[in-house]
Write a protein that binds this ligand. Structure first.
Ligand code: ADE
Length: 262
């Protein structure tokens, strides 16, 4: 997949995409990154790219012309998607990531200041994407957030593909709690099933714990699932020891599970 960044802070983007997972994905030819500086297409001595807002309003907007000239430098194909990162966009979630991961080319446009001229969005942007209901100073971090989410779902980026399938949200469930050595510390013991070596039991445990974690921390996600076998979840919950319920902070869930089991 080719990813073209349009930004006023190319160095920031470049330094991030060279490191870690994204750097490796680039070396392995899974991603091809290119970074375009809007300022390179500014006119005049001051290389200004922004101006005040018609009708009044705080701050300045990036103008249409330098954005359009920058976009014109990029070779677009019929399935290229031009994405503008903004708080007004479609919320980034795993459904959107799944749609985007089939594209061959993404162009990620980062705004700064108070945003960009609406005419650029209307004419050239296919999808506006938001990473949450808060306002950042620019689209650079959101564009990197998007690429990093995407990379975790693209084949060959993670060494262990299974681990991204177990990521929270991939199936709209949160993931089960995880533990590492030692088995016991400060009076807390890893749930016995996880050290049993019984893979089938462990799988069942993880699935049920995913449901319980989601119910406990993000009950709003439960509504998107209509195939949860609540009587099974209830008997799983009842089979847990008090110690395990306390360890995973789910001792308060009985009434909620009963409500769904009705
Ligand atoms: N630019 C500024 N804030 C943003 C947000 N929350 N999501 C995407 N882009 C942004």
């Amino acid at each position: 997949m080719k990813i073209s960044f349009i930004t006023l802070f190319p160095e920031f983007i470049k330094s991030y995409i060279q490191t870690g997972l994204l750097g490796r994905a680039q070396l392995n030819n899974i991603f091809e990154f290119e970074v375009y500086n809007i300022r390179d297409n500014a006119e005049g001595n001051y290389k200004s790219v922004d101006d005040t807002v018609y009708g009044g309003g705080d701050g300045a907007l990036i103008q249409y012309a330098p954005l359009k000239k920058t976009l014109d430098q990029i070779e677009l194909a019929s399935d290229s998607a031009v994405i503008y990162l903004s708080p007004q966009g479609r919320p980034l979630d795993s459904a959107l990531i799944n749609e985007l991961k089939n594209k061959k080319h993404l162009v990620l446009v980062s705004g700064r200041y108070a945003g960009i001229d609406q005419r650029f969005i209307t004419r050239h942007v296919h999808i506006e994407v938001s990473i949450g209901d808060y306002v950042l100073s620019g689209g650079e971090l959101p564009s990197l957030v998007l690429v990093e989410c995407l990379s975790r779902q693209c084949d060959g980026v993670l060494g262990n593909q299974k681990s991204s399938k177990e990521d929270s949200f991939v199936n709209n469930f949160l993931e089960a709690p995880q533990f590492t050595k030692p088995v016991e510390i400060d009076g807390m013991t890893v749930p016995q099933v996880l050290t049993s070596g019984d893979h089938k039991k462990i799988e069942v445990w993880k699935k049920n714990m995913s449901v319980l974690m989601t119910l406990s921390k993000r009950e709003d996600l439960i509504a998107s699932h209509d195939h949860i076998n609540w009587p099974d979840v209830l008997s799983f919950y009842n089979s847990l020891s008090e110690e395990d319920k306390n360890l995973m902070q789910i001792h308060h869930l009985l009434e909620k599970i009963k409500k769904y089991s009705l």
